[in-house]
Design a protein around this ligand. Structure first.
Ligand SMILES: Cc1cc2nc3c(=O)[nH]c(=O)nc-3n(C[C@H](O)[C@H](O)[C@H](O)COP(=O)(O)OP(=O)(O)OC[C@H]3O[C@@H](n4cnc5c(N)ncnc54)[C@H](O)[C@@H]3O)c2cc1C
Ligand code: FES
Length: 283
């Protein structure tokens, strides 16, 4: 589905990060956590760019996207003005499938992999049977104003208190990690804090955990290893270079160990979310 979306807002954050809102009612109606849009950033750059959907406001027909300026496309997007129209294809991809049998989901997001974790938290907050815990990492200032958590998380060091404000409002516990020494954050990787938390659980509680994750490939690989070490199921959202995003060009393939053996699968339409234990990592 392609929709001409009006740019409603463009908020400037630290280190080239931006949050935009697009009026895109049909995409907002169908999006789910883990799905993304393929955006034409400007007429001068006809190749679309894939960006995850962070939140939707179905009543207003809005989608929210968090992006980081890295190259030509995202730079062109940062120069678009409120009121302009962007061609928006989406929602694309098989998002996360919430497993109701594992009632203690652990969500791990890194960098521009944070947005799908916010969308997933939003979906989970409607499900009273689940008690999610969210760990987010960044090596540049976080794209939100972190605040000290008022929700105690047993097993987490007591000086690690920085949390995502929106998740706090939703009563979902979260903790932040960084190697950059930001106040209240765990100094280390998301997977290290996750490991501390998992070790603190009893065997019975740990058996209720499933991991959902999105972030840079080295982080996802570490998450897959963590899941394997603790014998936990995990779903990871992969990032690949994309041209068509409709399954036609095979530009985005990854090797997946399917039930019928190793197969090349397309991140855009077969993913972007895959079972971590099935991904055959190359990096
Ligand atoms: C499913 C998915 C979801 C994503 N979600 C987000 C998000 O929510 N926020 C965000 O900031 N970024 C996200 N990205 C990464 C984002 O698509 C790239 O940063 C962006 O395409 C770079 O374009 P550019 O023109 O600015 O950079 P350039 O480096 O100039 O891009 C040149 C080409 O390389 C491709 N490319 C470059 N880097 C990447 C990359 N890391 N992944 C895939 N293609 C790349 C571009 O699509 C383009 O075709 C996502 C990527 C995927 C695949
Ligand atoms: S980007 Fe063309 S098949 Fe995925």
């Amino acid at each position: 589905l392609i929709e001409d979306a009006e740019l409603i807002s463009q908020q400037v954050l630290a280190d080239g990060q931006r949050v935009i809102h697009l009026k895109s009612p049909r995409i907002a109606a169908q999006a789910k956590a883990g799905s993304f849009v393929h955006l034409t950033c400007s007429n001068a750059h006809p190749m679309r760019r894939p960006l995850s959907i962070q939140r939707v406001d179905r009543a207003q027909g809005l989608i929210e996207v968090l992006y980081k300026i890295v190259g030509l496309g995202t730079h062109a997007l940062s120069e678009r003005k409120v009121g302009e129209t962007l061609s928006c294809m989406g929602p694309i991809g098989n998002g996360f499938s919430i497993d109701l049998t594992h009632t203690r989901p652990l969500l791990i997001g890194g960098g521009v992999g944070i947005p799908p974790m916010i969308f997933l938290s939003d979906e989970m907050k409607q499900l009273a049977s689940l008690t999610p815990f969210v760990i987010l990492g960044s090596e540049i200032p976080f794209p939100f104003n972190a605040r000290p958590s008022t929700i105690v998380v047993p097993g987490i060091p007591s000086d690690v208190i920085a949390a995502h404000p929106l998740l706090e409002d939703w009563n979902i516990p979260s903790r932040l990690t960084s190697l950059k020494g930001f106040a209240g954050c765990y100094e280390g990787y998301v997977t290290q804090l996750a490991s501390i938390w998992l070790k603190s659980l009893s065997d019975a509680e740990r058996a209720k955990v499933i991991i959902y994750s999105c972030g840079p490939t080295p982080m996802l690989k570490a998450v897959a290893q963590l899941a394997e070490a603790f014998k936990l199921p995990a779903q990871v959202s992969l990032e690949e270079f994309m041209a068509c995003a409709v399954g036609g060009c095979a530009g985005c393939v990854v090797k997946i160990n399917t039930e019928n053996g190793p197969k090349m699968q397309r991140v855009c339409v077969d993913g972007p979310v895959f079972e971590a234990s099935r991904v055959m990592w190359t990096e």
